[in-house]
Design a protein around this ligand. Sequence first.
Ligand SMILES: [Fe+2]
Length: 332
Amino acid sequence: MRARYGIPLKVTAGLAAVGAAGVAYAAGFEARSFRLRRVTVPVLPRGMRPIRLLQVSDIHMVRGQRKKRAWLQSLAGLRPDLVVNTGDNLSDTEGVPELLDALGPLMDFPGVYVFGSNDYYGPRLRNPARYLLEKAQGRHGLNGNKPVVGAVHNPWEDIRDAFDAAGWLNLTNTRARLKLRHAELAFTGLDDPHIKRDRYEQVAGGPEPDADFSMGVVHAPYLRSLEAFTADGYPLILAGHTHGGQLCVPFYGALVTNCDLDTDRVKGLSTHEAQGNRAYLHVSAGCGTNRFTPVRFACPPEATLLTLTPADPMITEPRENRISSLRAGPLK
Ligand SMILES: [Fe+2]
């Protein structure tokens, strides 16, 4: 017996079974296979004590995601010096209570945050293939698309109020400082470039000379933000948004970044250069997905514990060579 187009029915059934198994794996297993990635970034001034920074991103909380909630709660056991939340906390307008329950133990630690588009707007049902089409056309989010019409507005103010009440610092187009036990840090944050809410001109000026260390924070790592932070002299930029590509090809990697960043830097530690400066860039693959595309493949959900350390005083190479050799080394 043959199906349409002359393909044997057994082959059609076999392909359908493989496809169904792939979707079942991507949605049922990998999208819930939470893990912690550890990265060492030799970026602090010499003499500073290391700083353990936990980055959480793209949680996209939906009611009933008990495993994700428990995993996020367990991260408090790492006892980080600070938490950086790079946005996209929601994928459910009713998800705020469970989000705050999940982040509650982490909110006992010092923290900073920026928002992403999914904090402001509810998810929309989209064809996943549309990302590939938009990439081919050079369009990303509102950076080339028509403005969102009829979007559901999320109760992002409730998240902001809870984070603020916990003492986390809101970095939305804002500069702020955080005093830890052994260091005073300065942060410069942007609102989400994916929906054109970033206003770098409001926060320009570069690192604060009387802080021990300064860094830039943004949800979506659009090149214009990376250029601005790097040109201004920030040695470290943290971002999320890309989901690491979300549906990746084994032994190849990501096909899309959902912004104008190249796929080589879709997640993890890399560098960015602008106007003679070089900054470390860390992009979190995040730990969630849009509720309408709850699948991940070859790209597990994650949080990252970044240990910021001083540059090795034993290394006497010029700065340029030193960073290149460090970049080439394996990430821990
Ligand atoms: Fe996201």
